[in-house]
Design a protein around this ligand. Sequence first.
Ligand code: URA
Length: 246
Amino acid sequence: MERLHKILARHGVASRREAERWIRDGRVSVNDNIVREPGASADEQRDAIAVDGQPLPRRLPPRVLMLHKPVGFLCTSRKNRERGATIFDLLPTDRRYFSVGRLDRNTSGLLLVTDDGDFALRLTHPRYGTRKTYLVETDVPLTERDIRRLVDGVELEDGPARAEEASLTTPRRLRLVLSEGRKRQVRRMTAAVGARVIRLHRTRMGSLSLGALPSGQWRELTADEVRHLMKEKRRGMEEDHHVSGG
Ligand code: URA
């Protein structure tokens, strides 16, 4: 079950505020019954929801692309292009895309973009906690003690941060898995153990892996991959409800 005004907004027929007004005005029905309570809920999978008697348009699944972002490209919107090349220069121009989180200009690797802004926001919500894998090259060698500190947690200016996993493949090559996505988090965590990041590359997000996708290229996720992403999200939300409810 979900609040009716949110369902209407997600289907793109109205803003949330507009949808609330429509509900108050008696324009919205659930299973042929007019609903007037602004806080009413419905199950969009099971209930027949209509506005002015017209069933909600079927919601198309979001189009999601995986981009192998090269170093030197910004994840900001096209409006900021005077600051340099952006990832949007690498994407098709058939529609408007939103990036799912961001990578720094000097970070390369897996970035998701989608034509569904709401979906992009939900995928980056901290409670979703997508696991992201980074390969990090540092200016000085790290030790096993540094690795333990990264897993136990280091203090950053916006609070403690810890890696889900950390391991050294060579003394200056680190593999880091984070479930948060704070600004410049990998760079700041690496600095907290006394090293500077020379190269930062993201290889995985949740169940998705960059694989052999060449730098600067994108590919569309398959319907199965998108379904899987949505399922991962739901699982995150359910766990969240469980925690806050108990
Ligand atoms: N952490 C960073 O510091 N930069 C990125 O681009 C991604 C994660």
